[in-house]
Design a protein around this ligand. Structure first.
Ligand code: ADP
Length: 768
């Protein structure tokens, strides 16, 4: 009834369509949800199936319709709730003349607008152009609609062609409206040519942009990917090649060490682990350090001992002046070792003040026996792990000091000096002394366990020697295992000889100076010993000599001197002001001043003790930095004098009516020790009985309340000090007579020794 050729005015039910622009010659599918539209469709189906499609001017205003719509024929309807599926075929454009009814659905009066054709030739030309355009770009434009392509290629009229293209091309809403409003085919063709061209351009630009974007992204990705790959390859190749040779080398080294089987297996196992680790992993370095440590430890390398006791004696004599008894003890010990062919059960321990030659004796022993020498100080070791090491799971784990020493030694049978074992202390981190016991015990040290190493290490061939400053401070269980050899302080004379024979030549050699260029006179050397050093050993002395030599070298180089000669007169210029002054014996006999003898860590010294009294109520004042023991000594001495006042010709009321002051001057040095009793008693008696004391007499000894004189320690040091300070007589406890042999002959020759049993004897010898 309707066609795209004839003009008809008619009335039909109408539905509104939104978002699309319906055109004739197209199959149009619609989802219909509005009830009024569904009713209109029903009414149309009831009649001739023709219906008008109205186009909303604006997508969201469903009352404002475009004046042109189309007449369409329903070919399919499905009444699914709530949406009806509808398929229609567009027949012809139509102009809406009137809305006859709007409720319950639209009924419109319209006039159809058939397609108009002006110039058929022009149309043909346009179609050709259009087809050409479509040929080059249409494929692209229409690619999504193969059905349409099929229709077009099977041949259609210009009218149908434009309607089909206009309906399907991705043009915007307003562009499409243009085609709805235009029945003229020629015009529609022109529009279409323009639109396709524009669309083509847009598509081209889009494609260009897209490809550009794609290109930059993929280029970046490609570069990144290639670089990453390159790095990994380089890493792999370099690392592998490096590691392979490295691992071969390490394996060779491990095998060359001839470790015990178990250790070797463990080492190779660790090596395998190392090989599998990447060089950037944290564990890599840890395993490597461990392997290096195992390799650096001696496992089978052994030096050949010289078992020649004569040679040992020569070496000890050559390196050390004096120390005859000490050397004898050491040689006895070595003799046993040589005879039995193994290390004695007891460990040699050299005990004595600093600087008396303990380390250097040990070094000589090593030299004499042709052993490597290592020294490890244990001073301040509190933690067991310093001896035994840390487990490798600790961050920064280290092997213990024993194995570190073994590494330095490089042989399995060195002389290992454990220095200052009296300075070991224990706390909550375990007892280092018991770990040390295991080290020293010949039964156990074959399988010494170090936490770091994890496998037993054999220390049984190591010759351990220990040193200590104070015997009393060595932990008791350790002391039981030691063969103690005591060294004591040197006399001035011994120091002098040691300096002449050993220290000066040694220092000259160390500094590259010869004896023609440097001389130190005897009295200058003695001055250094007396006024620049205060020590039991010779360390400070050695240091002072070193200083002199360095200053001499400087002077020789700067002033072009041939020789530096140092004597008593220019010593101050070279070494600065003297640092110490020893107490010198008083020049005159005095009342209330006695000279005690003290044993300090620097050796011995004399100790003046002063007593005076003044009006008071019998109080006792003690001054001079006295320790508790010394205060008690003073009290005991006072009680003795009071108790024996009558015998000593002292009026008793003197004690009641006076305060007594006991003072021990001489610097701010703390003084303690029990051996000042006799000196205090003598000073008190002198003060109260008004008798003066012989200024050339020194005395030492503790007293009981009943006046017995008890023995003391350090007689040798005290005698040396007395001699040095110019005393000629010393009073000593009788029980100490046995120690006289320790006193150097040079001292004994010039000192009168008086041994006493009680205070009375002391007073008889000291008071004038
Ligand atoms: P210690 O270990 O007892 O503290 P050292 O062995 O370090 O003392 O001795 C300090 C310095 O004194 C060393 O240079 C040492 O050679 C030297 N020395 C000590 N005693 C003597 C001695 N009797 N003969 C020669 N040199 C000595």
């Amino acid at each position: 009834m309707f066609s795209n050729q004839s003009v008809i005015t008619e009335t039909l039910p109408a539905i509104s369509v939104r978002g699309i622009v319906p055109l004739p010659n197209n199959e149009i599918r619609l989802d219909v949800s509005k009830v009024e539209n569904q009713k209109a469709i029903k009414s149309a189906l009831d009649k001739n199936k023709y219906i008008v499609l109205l186009v909303n001017n604006k997508p969201n205003d469903d009352k404002d319709f475009h004046e042109v719509g189309i007449v369409a024929k329903i070919v399919y309807n499905m009444d699914a709730t709530p949406i009806h599926k509808l398929k229609v075929i567009g027949i012809t454009r139509c102009k809406i003349l009137d809305y006859l009814q709007t409720n319950p659905y639209y009924v419109v009066q319209f006039v159809t607008m058939p397609a108009e054709s002006d110039d058929i030739n022009e149309e043909i030309a346009s179609v050709r152009l259009l087809v050409e355009e479509l040929d080059c770009s249409g494929q692209r434009l229409l690619i999504k609609n193969p059905e349409l392509i099929g229709k077009i290629t099977s041949g259609v009229t210009a009218d149908v062609l434009t309607d089909l293209l206009a309906y399907h091309l991705p043009l915007d809403f307003n562009a499409k409206l243009k085609y709805l409003e235009t029945p003229n085919i020629g015009k529609r063709l022109t529009y279409m040519l323009k639109d396709i061209q524009r669309e083509k351009q847009i598509q081209e630009i889009e494609a260009e942009i897209e490809s550009k974007v794609k290109k930059t992204i993929s280029e970046n990705q490609k570069e990144y990917y290639l670089r990453e790959k390159l790095r990994v390859i380089q890493d792999e190749l370099g690392d592998k090649a490096k590691k392979e040779t490295e691992i071969d080398e390490l394996r060779e080294k491990i095998l060359a060490k001839k470790m015990p089987k178990q250790m070797e297996e463990k080492a190779l196992q660790e090596l395998n682990r190392y090989a599998s680790l990447s060089s950037v992993s944290g564990e890599n370095a840890i395993v490597r350090t461990y392997l290096d440590f195992i390799i650096s430890l001696p496992w089978s390398n052994e030096s050949v001992d010289t078992n020649d006791i004569k040679k040992a004696k020569d070496q000890l004599d050559k390196d050390h002046y004096g120390l005859d008894k000490v050397k004898d003890r050491i040689l006895e010990y070595l003799a046993v070792r040589i005879m039995t062919g193994k290390n004695p059960q007891a460990i040699l321990c050299l005990v004595g003040p600093p600087g008396v030659g303990k380390t250097s004796l040990a070094r000589s022993i090593a030299k004499a026996l042709n052993k490597q020498f290592v020294k490890q100080s244990l001073g301040g070791v509190k933690d067991e792990s310093e001896i035994r090491g840390h487990r490798r799971t600790y961050l920064g784990a280290l092997p213990g000091r024993i194995l570190q020493g073994m590494k330095r030694a490089g042989t399995i049978n060195p002389l290992f000096l454990l220095d200052e074992i009296d300075k070991l202390s224990s706390d909550y981190r375990g007892d280092p002394a018991s770990a040390l016991l295991e080290v020293l015990d010949a039964e156990q040290n074959k399988y010494f366990s170090d936490h770091y190493l994890e496998e037993p290490y054999d220390l049984s061939k190591v010759f351990f020697v220990t040193t200590a400053n104070y015997l009393e401070n060595i932990p008791a269980p350790l002391r039981d295992r030691l063969e103690i050899v005591q060294l004591s302080s040197y006399t001035e004379f011994e120091k002098f000889e040691i300096a002449r024979r050993h220290l000066i030549p040694k220092q000259l050699q160390n500094h590259g100076l010869n004896e023609e260029m440097f001389s130190l006179s005897d009295d200058a050397l003695m001055d250094i010993i007396r006024s620049y050093t205060k020590e039991a050993g010779v360390r400070e002395l050695e240091r002072n000599i070193g200083t002199l030599i360095r200053r001499a070298i400087k002077s020789i180089l700067m002033n072009k001197d041939d020789k530096v000669e140092i004597d008593k007169n220019n010593l101050v210029k070279w070494l600065g002001k003297p640092k110490y002054s020893y107490h010198r014996a008083d020049k005159l006999n005095q009342i209330g001043v006695a000279t005690g003898l003290a044993y300090t860590q620097y050796g011995g010294d004399t100790l003046p003790i002063e007593v005076t009294y003044y009006k008071g109520e019998g109080r006792v004042v003690l001054t001079g930095k006295l320790g508790d023991v010394m205060k008690e000594s003073a009290q005991a001495a006072l009680s003795y004098v009071k108790a024996n006042a009558e015998k000593l010709n002292i009026p008793l009321n003197l004690f009641k009516e006076n305060d007594i002051h006991i003072h021990v001057p001489e610097g701010a040095v703390p003084k303690d020790g029990p051996s000042a009793g006799v000196a205090i008693a003598t000073a008190i008696t002198s003060a109260f009985s008004n008798r003066s004391i012989d200024h050339k007499v020194g005395m030492t000894g503790e007293i009981t309340l009943r006046g017995r004189v008890l023995p003391i320690g350090g007689l040798r040091e005290k005698a040396i000090a007395a001699h040095r300070s110019g005393l000629t007589k010393i009073i000593i406890p009788k029980e100490n007579l046995k120690d006289l042999e320790e006193i150097p002959v040079s001292v004994l020759e010039e000192l009168e020794i008086i041994s006493v049993e009680n205070v009375e004897d002391v007073l008889n010898n000291a008071l004038i």
